[in-house]
Ligand binder design. Structure first.
Ligand SMILES: [Zn+2]
Length: 48
């Protein structure tokens, strides 16, 4: 059974799958996305 990447909760058929990750709610998908994008911002400089 798939588990939410953010809270670790089993989400089963209601899972939202994105890029091989699973999320129990769209809210947790956005939350993960925001955190992930933030990490990428630290590694990739758009202005160099
Ligand atoms: Zn969740």
């Amino acid at each position: 059974m798939a588990k939410c990447e953010v809270c670790g909760k089993d989400c089963g058929e209601k899972c939202i799958e994105k890029s091989g990750k699973s999320f129990c709610t769209p809210k947790h998908l956005s939350q993960y996305k925001a955190e992930h994008e933030h990490e990428e911002d630290e590694n990739v400089c758009e202005f160099c």
